[in-house]
Write a protein that binds this ligand. Structure first.
Ligand SMILES: Cc1ncc(COP(=O)(O)O)c(C=O)c1O
Length: 384
């Protein structure tokens, strides 16, 4: 049987998420109803969507995803990349997209370079398939920007198969600009390896002067992007994601692997996703404002913390990684557990990302929980 590491962040969230009063662990922008999207977009109560669903015969639908959904993704979400609907592989969430990418590409002993810290799936799944994972470490002191000289030394021709990054980045919220992405693509091109960017938080570029492009925009065929409607578009409950790539041979290999565990996604989810992505600009406007307001609120509490909390203020995404400077023997794991169990405030301890000394806070969620949760965190830290 394939050996599999426990997925620490998912297990931590599962332990505390329901039942908690102040959920600062959530990584999605505050979830929405279909009715709210209809109201934002000023389209009549989504009648045609409802009637489209209740009058649809429940076949498997389009095995590869409906042309309507795939063309909105290729033409609008990847605008300017030259992608067509044929380049989109629909999956169950970005988690399904990431898994399928590794399942298709990684063979035993392959050298895989993965950004660290990261969403654990990005390093544990390639390991599960026998890959040798080497970490590209990001540091607080470097504002979580990558050491490209080191990456150049790490990536090796005929050895490295895949470089895995995540932009905007979970847990730090750092955004790497086009200059960095371009250089990473160049390194991969020179070494003939795949570059895979988990873009599930794209296009949450609410706090940058210039939004970077998708990894597919740099003219390299072996580039892969994954994403979903969960984070930037507030519809995690649909469990709908995708892989996008210009590499047509690889695309067929993705579909062939997918045949054994998907057939198709739910026809209902396909229709709802098509509807919400049609109105994605309105959703993004709402979520940009939400993220910016919440970042300002968190900044206020960090300033009030007398140095107990420190951060590299995020420029994108919906998560930040806050450094906790408290004297004494309590680890951030203990701090996280006490905050959750005694004070009903959920933050994710850095230990879950193999980076003790930090807590991850989601800032795309409801303003109220952030405004009410942070004073409790500060009071608790003062009591230590
Ligand atoms: C970086 C990253 N990739 C993928 C996922 C999975 O997202 P989805 O809900 O689309 O499956 C997450 C969820 O937290 C994530 O943070």
């Amino acid at each position: 049987m394939v050996k599999q590491a426990d997925f620490a962040v998912e297990q931590y969230m599962d332990k505390y998420e329901t039942g908690i009063k102040f959920n600062l662990g959530e990584t999605c922008c505050h979830s929405m109803t279909i009715q709210e999207v209809s109201n934002l977009a000023r389209v009549g109560a989504s009648d045609s969507l409802v009637s489209g669903i209740i009058n649809s015969r429940m076949t498997y639908g389009h095995i590869r995803g409906s042309p309507e959904l795939k063309s909105i993704i290729s033409e609008q979400i990847y605008e300017g990349t030259g992608l067509t609907q044929d380049n989109i592989i629909i999956t169950n969430g970005a988690i399904g997209a990431n898994f399928l990418t590794f399942y298709t590409i990684v063979d035993k002993e392959d050298h895989i370079v993965v950004v660290d810290p990261s969403y654990q799936q990005l390093s544990s799944v390639p390991e599960m398939f026998g890959g040798n994972v080497e970490l590209l470490k990001l540091k607080f002191e470097d504002k979580y920007l990558p050491d490209l000289k080191q990456l150049r030394e790490t990536v090796t021709k005929n050895k490295t198969k895949l470089v895995v990054i995540n932009n905007p980045h979970n847990p730090t919220g750092v955004v790497w600009g086009n200059d960095i992405l371009e250089e990473i693509v160049d390194i991969c091109r020179e070494n003939d390896c795949y570059i895979f960017c988990d873009e599930v938080y794209r296009p949450l570029y609410h706090s940058v002067e210039k939004a970077p492009s998708s990894i597919l925009s740099f003219g390299y065929e072996k580039a892969i992007s994954t994403s979903s409607v969960s984070k930037a578009f507030s519809f995690a409950g649909l469990r709908l994601g995708w892989i996008a790539t210009n590499d047509s041979k690889l695309r067929e290999r993705f579909f062939s692997k997918r045949d054994y565990n998907m057939i198709s996604i739910s026809l209902i989810d396909d229709k709802i996703a098509t509807f919400i992505l049609t109105h994605h600009k309105k959703i993004l406007e709402r979520n940009y404002q939400l993220c910016k307001d919440n970042l300002d609120t968190i900044q206020k509490f960090i300033d009030l913390s007398n140095g107990k909390l420190e951060w590299v203020r995020p420029q994108g995404g919906a998560t930040c990684f806050i450094k906790v400077n408290v004297k004494g023997s309590k680890s951030t794991m203990e701090i996280g557990s006490e905050l959750a169990e005694i004070h009903s405030v959920l933050v994710v301890p850095g230990e879950v990302f193999n980076h003790p000394g930090f807590i991850r806070v989601g800032f795309g969620n409801s303003k109220k929980e952030i405004e009410e949760g942070f004073p409790i965190i500060l009071k608790y830290l003062d009591s230590l």
